[in-house]
Design a binder for this molecule. Structure first.
Ligand code: CP3
Length: 341
């Protein structure tokens, strides 16, 4: 039994009294309690790989912000690591891969499916501990990176503005790219199903780098794999978020998922027109709007809710930036919670 189940009711397409609200990257550097815990540890990965700490950090924004869902504290890059490609997380620099995927041997050497997903016991343990600590207060969201986004990091070696090395891979070695994407897809399916078995109440796929692809590339190298994941992960509601993937929204309407995430560049009316009436839409306030004074935050939040009208989960159009004032994040959440349709 979940006491505050407004997110799950909304995901089922039910009419709700107000839209539910949670934030991408709600856990982490905006919270003083996160920063002090993080400072006492060897690094980000210790937090991710220690189930009791991951559970603790997952609960922090639920306690502090009063959001309608918890999202498991983890990272999308645990999947490449479980497949044999370890990542590093450097302070302020973001993630990097000491070894990247370049050729057929590199792809052949990667583990896939259950064999890889079984290396992620620490994640399933974190899910179980988090569920216990939440004690049914709000639902717990589990997540994975989408195949293309994970491939982008594995071939590029880290973050990038253009992901031109990853895109070069698609243009020069398309068959090998498909083999890699296939292995990632099989692993993600096992991983999400194991997370569901461990107790998550909903899952979200992050295709954070959808927007560097052309529509044709997206149709060939990303969409079919997301479709396969949606078709093979069952039992809880699914949310698909393809950042800057507005050009794929009309096709995403046919995915076996309950909700589609929109980034902040998509006008809510157009988003609804493109996706059609069936899916719930999630998003999409510009994270930078949370730098504004409180009255402005309230105004743009309420306007967004009015623009989406119904079948809407409030979120940002991408993750929270670490220098967002905590009081402004609270103002955003409170504005949603005091709204009445
Ligand atoms: O609160 C939550 O949303 C749950 C936790 C979460 C993290 N990463 C924690 C994190 C989630 C859902 C992710 C997903 C993730 N990780 C994505 C997809 C979402 C997106 O933002 O598009 C991506 C692309 C990654 C890879 C990644 N991890 C990057 C690019 C970075 C550096 C980001 C930065 O701002 O420096 C990370 C590190 C990371 N993941 C942090 C957190 C809290 C910061 C680490 C720290 O405390 O130093």
């Amino acid at each position: 039994m979940i006491k505050n189940d407004i997110l799950l009711r909304a995901l089922q397409g039910q009419e709700v009294e107000r839209p539910p609200v949670w934030l991408m990257r709600q856990a982490g550097r905006i919270l003083p309690q996160y920063r002090s815990l993080r400072a006492s540890l060897s690094g980000f990965k210790e937090l991710v790989m220690t189930p009791s700490l991951a559970a603790e950090v997952t609960l922090q924004p639920v306690d502090e912000l009063g959001v309608d869902a918890a999202i498991l504290f983890s990272d999308i890059l645990v999947i490449p690591e479980a497949m044999g490609l370890g990542y590093e997380m450097e302070e302020r620099k973001g993630p990097s891969f000491p070894k990247v995927v370049e050729n057929a041997d590199d792809v052949a050497n990667l583990l896939e499916g259950n064999a890889a997903a079984l290396h992620l016991d620490y994640v399933y343990e974190a899910v179980k501990l988090t569920k216990k600590s939440l004690a049914g207060r709000v639902p717990l969201i589990g997540f994975s990176g989408a195949p293309w986004t994970l491939m982008a990091y594995m071939t590029e070696g880290g973050g990038s503005k253009t992901f031109s090395k990853a895109k070069k891979f698609l243009y020069t070695q398309p068959e090998l790219a498909h083999q890699l994407l296939d292995k990632l897809t099989n692993t993600i399916i096992s991983y999400l199903n194991l997370k569901i078995e461990a107790g998550v109440d909903a899952v979200q796929l992050f295709d954070s780098w959808a927007g560097v692809l052309s529509p044709e590339q997206y149709r060939e190298f990303s969409f079919p794999y997301i479709k396969k994941i949606c078709d093979n992960v069952q039992g809880v509601p699914k949310i698909v978020f393809a950042k800057d993937g507005w050009f794929a929204l009309t096709e995403m309407a046919y995915l076996d998922c309950q909700a589609i995430g929109l980034d902040w560049t998509v006008n809510p009316h157009l988003g609804r027109e493109w996706v059609g009436p069936k899916k719930v839409l999630q998003g999409n306030l510009d994270p930078c709007a949370l730098y504004a004074p409180a009255p402005k935050i309230r105004q743009v939040t309420e306007q967004m809710i009015l623009d989406f009208k119904s079948k809407h989960i409030v979120n940002l159009g991408h993750g929270l930036y670490p220098d967002t004032p905590l009081s402004n994040v609270k103002c955003f959440v409170d504005s949603v919670k005091s709204f009445c349709y």
